[in-house]
Write a protein that binds this ligand. Structure first.
Ligand SMILES: Cc1cc2nc3c(=O)[nH]c(=O)nc-3n(C[C@H](O)[C@H](O)[C@H](O)COP(=O)(O)OP(=O)(O)OC[C@H]3O[C@@H](n4cnc5c(N)ncnc54)[C@H](O)[C@@H]3O)c2cc1C
Ligand code: FES
Length: 283
């Protein structure tokens, strides 16, 4: 787990980016500790606020500038409140949280696959891979053009960028997974990093592992505490010993080896899971 800082962050800017908001916060202590894949939680709603904090991937962290950036999609009460934030507002922030994307020491060729705002944590990762002498390709998908995030930023990092939308309003028409095998082959990628909806992560894992590539997935399981106490965020994962257990996506993740996640069993208590008997599951 990361070593999070609990504190107040000042909103420096809040700009529209398609249907999303890119929010920059001054949080110098937290910024210095962030690695790609970490997330942050915010208390929202002021003094009469919402009980639970809300989780967001950290899009960018600049240790020198002391800033942390988030990309926010409006979902419910908390995010509706957050996108109203103005420069000068102060928010209660805990960051960084979770486990970052694993990056090997040597150079690799990696395909980064995103659904919608799932691209947010992948740009810092791409820069890290390139710093280590590797190369990256981006596969950015969304339902519509306005739900894509960061196409220009990806193009600034590499010429290997493929855009896919379900309605065909930008790039190829279809699912982000449709051209995945071709994109993997084009850059001879041996590792895939993915962030987006669960169904997409499952499909990405199946394709990547079927083609012999490792697949690191950043999941967005609903979280209550964000710090490993409540067990709200568990999902079934096969351990290195071959035993399946519920693991917490806030502290053991949100980044998991996709091949170890039991995607089809998420939301259930599989009977062969360690401790399932005590949870009332019958074999
Ligand atoms: C690791 C991670 C990274 C994320 N990154 C981003 C991001 O970069 N950008 C972005 O826009 N969104 C991101 N999200 C999703 C974001 O957290 C939700 O959209 C946000 O919590 C919605 O809050 P709301 O008040 O608007 O919606 P509401 O639906 O009103 O409230 C959601 C709240 O209910 C809780 N909740 C929902 N379902 C359950 C459940 N089954 N059990 C317990 N509690 C539950 C949630 O934990 C949250 O606190 C991320 C989520 C996670 C877990
Ligand atoms: S959200 Fe509470 S343990 Fe993960």
């Amino acid at each position: 787990m990361a070593h999070p800082v609990v504190g107040e962050a000042e909103v420096l800017s809040n700009e529209r980016a398609g249907v999303y908001h890119r929010i920059v916060l001054a949080a110098p202590e937290a910024a210095a500790r962030v690695r790609a894949g970490h997330f942050a939680t915010l208390a929202l709603g002021g003094e009469s606020g919402l009980l639970l904090r809300r989780a967001f991937s950290i899009h960018r962290a600049d240790a020198e500038a002391g800033t942390v950036e988030l990309v926010v999609a409006v979902h419910g009460a908390g995010t509706r409140e957050l996108v109203k934030a103005r420069p000068g507002d102060r928010l209660s922030l805990i960051a960084p949280l979770g486990t970052p994307f694993p990056v090997g020491e040597g150079p690799v060729s990696a395909l980064l696959v995103a659904g919608g705002y799932g691209s947010a944590p992948l740009f810092a990762l791409a820069e890290e891979i390139r710093r280590r002498g590797g190369q990256v390709g981006f596969l950015l998908g969304a339902s519509t053009a306005e739900r894509l995030y960061g196409v220009e930023a990806a193009q600034a990092l590499t010429q290997d960028v493929l855009v896919v939308t379900e309605d065909g309003s930008a790039g190829l028409k279809g699912l982000v997974t449709d051209p995945m095998a071709q994109a993997l082959g084009a850059i001879e990628a041996t590792v895939v990093y993915a962030c987006g909806p669960m169904g997409m992560l499952r499909a990405v894992t199946e394709i990547a592992t079927g083609l012999g590539a490792r697949c690191h997935t950043a999941v967005e399981e609903a979280m209550a505490c964000g710090v490993g106490i409540c067990m709200t965020c568990v999902l079934p994962v096969v351990g290195e010993d071959g035993v399946s257990r519920f693991v917490r996506s806030c502290t053991d993740g949100p980044v998991f080896d996709g091949a170890r996640v039991r995607w089809a069993d998420i939301g259930t208590v599989p009977p062969d899971l360690e401790g399932a008997g005590a949870m009332g599951a019958s074999a």
